[in-house]
Design a protein around this ligand. Sequence first.
Ligand code: UDP
Length: 373
Amino acid sequence: MENYDYLIVGAGLFGAVFAYRAAKAGKRCLVLDRRNHIAGNAYTEPRHGIDVHVYGAHIFHTSDKRVWEFVNHFAEFNNYINSPIAVYRDELYNLPFNMNTFSKMWGIRTPQEAKDIIASQIRDLHIENPKNLEEQALSLVGTDVYEKLIKGYTEKQWGRPCSELPAFIIRRLPLRFIYDNNYFNDRFQGIPMGGYTEIARALLDESDVKLNEDFLEFRKRGNRLGDGTEVSYKRLVYTGQIDEYYDYCYGPLQYRSVRFETEELPMEDFQGNAVVNYTDAAVPYTRIIEHKHFEFQDTPTTIISREYSSEWKPGVEPYYPVNDETNGNLYDRYYDKAREEKNVIFGGRLGTYRYYNMDQVIAEALNLADAEF
Ligand code: UDP
């Protein structure tokens, strides 16, 4: 029998940060992950001299100084600034929507000209209180930007019409009237040199980690690991899907999943940028990432991943919660159940069913650690 203070399910950022703080507080932690690697969806893997973001682009950005200082203890961050390109049919635009985008779209030069065009498009629409993503987007950016750069991409990513999606998703997209292609507004941004996996490894250094261990199987076996070892623990930190933890007793929550087609190409540079979005509904993938550009890696070949969005079903990895009203109500029922638990803490994107960025997950784990220790 092995005795632990904390059993942490999931070796992603939430679990790893919590494990680090717990170990620092003298607690004994066991971290289980059902995959064969740590770092969750932030996992990166070196291939042919390139750090591959195996589960899609992970760009670290935050305005939270505490979180920035925290992550900088575990890796050196480079000066990468995310400046995606959008391809719509044979047209190419800068993202986020800024003066470079508007100037290309309308052949104009000044912020006032762009504001006037957008304002006149918005006026013609007569949208009073935007009720969904489509109305929200239209009332923020007008018709042209919506049709060319938002509609197709969003419907591919979420697999639903924009008119059935919650408005808040689009608030992630800033609209700028200066010539500035930095996708994020945050004060700090960069990519950890050497990849995210190394951060997770450093965070988990003082904890016991067991990979290929499915907590639900472990629970069914009466808290026994695959090798038969019995485990006891005082508290559980669960970062998997909250609905799965409760055996889907109220029904499954919806998630979006992503499938990547990754290939190595015999050329130095495929697209000249880390992220290129395909905003036209006719192209089946949402974006192509070219991994070497995240860390400015100089290699004779390149690795790209085409990203296809799909509905989640058991057996594939969940990526995004679908935070619409139906799922929100369902989550509330699970949350009420979770609140009654004395010794179980739910955390991370899946445990709390929130569309969190990495920095938010880390902040949540640090706050929880502050409360616990
Ligand atoms: N989006 C869009 N066009 C784009 C990129 C993003 O309309 O070219 C919208 C879309 O609704 C998407 C949201 O912005 O769901 C957030 O996209 P982002 O790429 O920031 O999210 P990530 O997938 O990286 O978490």
